[in-house]
Design a protein around this ligand. Sequence first.
Ligand code: GAP
Length: 475
Amino acid sequence: MLSIFSYNATEYNSKEHSVTEQVPAKVDMEKLVSLCQRRGFIFPSSEIYGGLSSCWDYGPLGVELKRNIKQAWWRAVVQERDDMVGLDASILMHPQTWEASGHLKGFTDPLVECKSCHLRWRADELAGNSCPSCGGELTEPRLFNLMFKTFMGPIEEEASVVYLRPETAQGMFVNFHNVLNTTRKRLPFGIAQIGKAFRNEITTGNFIFRSREFEQMEIEFFVKPGTDKEWFNYWLEERFNWYVKLGIKKENLKLRQHMKRELAHYAKACYDIDYLFPMGWAELEGIANRGDFDLVQHAKYSGKSLTYLDEENKEHIIPYIIEPSAGVDRSALAFLCDAYDEELAEGELRVILHLHPSLAPIKVAVLPLSRREKLVAVAKQIYADLRQCWMVSYDDAQSIGRRYRRQDEIGTPFCVTIDFQSLEDEQVTIRERDTMNQIRLPIAELKRTLQAKLTGEPLFVLPPGGKIWKGGENA
Ligand code: GAP
């Protein structure tokens, strides 16, 4: 099954995993950071106090982008599937969770980190003093627990220690029986969750790529042992295609198989979906076959059985788990990098974000050609009407050309221009971001046409009474 995926993975396998691998930069990270700050996508956290290392705030456009990414993911993995349900577990969990999961033990060893590829190694298990993966320089060993510790209740003592979760996954494992009993799902089925995770990373950087507070979109897919390889391949393909469907260029994505020594303690097999970020190929999402590790561990530590009754064979089994685990912030970075484009239009630099319409923060901009009262009344009415359906922006400042550029730069797929002719013929112009083509159509047809265009129907299926326009000429 799905031999193409095995093929790509093997091919890429021969390369070492490193975000610093030398590749021609396609998008300049500095430019992207500057655009994000200038236009209100992403700001440094607590900026007025000088910022907080590797924490970021999503501004008015960033929050929309992130919401759209999460919505697209939820739609694909929960809403449109029969075999998946959602969950929203709390960030603080019983501390024994982290004993069972291996996070407490695994993260309190002396660790060194490669300054180049950021892989971490147990200092006491290293033969030499350079990175076994890429030969890079290593940091000094530190007793390091990646989890943020805090205290539950008013007394700061050992007994009240709790941790901010470093992954959302454990909330789904410990709720396995709750979900099973309340939804009557049968294997194979999955639980999906989106939520914040916290890691006290030793090294951070590359903008929102690696931060200490981030968001994950994780699936724990429970399957019968013996069918796990097939489901693993299925999810590799499914998740890879999700990024492609949302506009990421195929050539900027690769599957990379984890080498044995890279595998996390719980994983039988793992592939990363890597993206060609400006700093090089790096992990966008990890897909792991976790076997029965998690359910066995939580059953052992909680004393509760976490088995599943296989009615076919009349036996209790422990399901295997396939886990596609994606980062919201890393996805946002990849979508922004892939969408970024510059071109010369009429002697001026045009910066465009070719974001997929479903991800674009603002779907439509309403632009009255002048601030004359009669025109404004029509424009405001259209604005109010379209806002019932989408995030819409209203802009009446400066020349129409400048306003188009402003919308291109934030990825708005469509601009609606209201001119003096609109007062006579009750028609307006829609201008498309990527082609700059324009159509003129009756206001009464506007919402329906935008709806069709935003969901991907061809641009020039004209409604009754519509005309095609290009560069000011009737086509
Ligand atoms: N439950 C498995 C798990 O958490 P992971 O590979 O450590 O696996 C999954 O994390 C995804 O979460 C990564 O592929 C990445 O997208 C995101 N992620 C992990 N650490 C991150 C960090 N410090 N900053 C931003 N995103 C991070």
